[in-house]
Design a protein around this ligand. Structure first.
Ligand SMILES: N[C@@H](CCC[C@H](N)C(=O)O)C(=O)O
Length: 281
């Protein structure tokens, strides 16, 4: 089974191209993701991305976290997806439309001298009131509400970008036990379907720094949906302007919350290597 490894700011994925090559028997992608993504026994990755045909868009993306759970969307993954399908001629449209569990998204590729330099994704409208995060079924957005965990009180803002995010603003990271609180908040009873957790330090009205603990993947070097959710949370809390650069451990993303209420994410998509999986499927 052939695969390609890609990353968006160090958020890394194993890609399987099942657009036209239909596997002989049904594939258990969640089980396969756990094997392929394993850092020692597999290829290594934060997730598995499968390229599939779509009846409603140019192509369909399935993303499976390294623990085998299936999220609705992946911001860094969809930029890599766009570059992969464009480079291989699977999709030649630019802008292209990609079907995800969070809806059909439109992506614009920045191409110079035939090479994809970056991708701008229309991530759609943030969901602030009622979605898969049960606390959002309130009338008002959940902004700076107390969250008790392991004997400590944090204040969180809940934003869904199709997938759930719990955004917590911190003054500095030195006082934060990230490895302890990240997984505890991911599994907090407030979030029965679990949540991604973003710890944000606002650096200026135009810049913020983010440390992320991802649902189903743990600490990652970047999270695109998380950067979008954090930018929205920062505006709701009057901490930044609507266009911000988000500094992540793996690099920077530009996030714009437009006047049309859509969030736009711009960032790179890079190849790592290709190979053949010889392990059990
Ligand atoms: N890293 C991704 C998000 C992947 C899904 C997430 N772990 C979830 O379970 O919601 C991104 O770049 O958005």
């Amino acid at each position: 089974m052939e695969f390609v490894k890609m990353h968006g700011l160090g958020n890394d994925f194993v890609f399987l191209d099942h657009f036209s090559l239909t596997p002989e028997k049904p594939v258990d992608y969640p089980k396969l993701a756990q094997k392929l993504c394993h850092r020692q026994f597999g290829i290594g990755g934060d997730g598995l991305i499968v390229i599939l045909p779509s009846k409603v868009a140019d192509a369909r993306m399935r993303i499976i976290n390294s623990d085998g759970s299936e999220p609705e969307m992946c911001g860094n993954g969809i930029r890599c997806f766009a570059r992969y399908v464009y480079d291989r001629g699977i999709v030649s449209q630019n802008p292209m439309r990609v079907e995800t569990l969070a809806g059909v998204l439109t992506l614009v590729l920045d191409i110079k001298e035939s090479e994809v330099q970056g991708v701008r994704v229309d991530m759609g409208e943030p969901i602030l009131k009622a979605d898969l995060i049960p606390v959002l079924s309130e009338v008002e957005p959940v902004v700076e509400q107390p969250l008790e965990v392991l004997g400590q009180t944090f204040h969180y803002t809940a934003v869904s970008m199709g997938n759930p995010h719990c955004v917590i603003f911190v003054n500095d990271y030195s006082a934060l036990d990230f490895e302890r609180f990240g997984p505890a908040i991911e599994k907090h009873p407030l979030f029965p379907r679990k949540t991604n957790v973003e710890f944000i330090r606002v650096d200026s009205p135009k810049e913020m720094t983010m440390k992320v603990w991802e649902r189903g993947a743990g600490p990652t070097l970047a999270c695109g949906t998380g950067a979008c959710a954090s930018a929205v949370a920062a505006v709701l809390n009057k901490k930044t302007e609507r266009t911000v650069t988000v500094h992540l451990p793996g690099g920077d993303l530009l996030i714009e919350w437009g006047a049309d209420n859509h969030v736009y994410m711009t960032g790179p998509a890079a190849y790592v290597f290709k190979g053949e999986w010889l392990g059990a499927e």
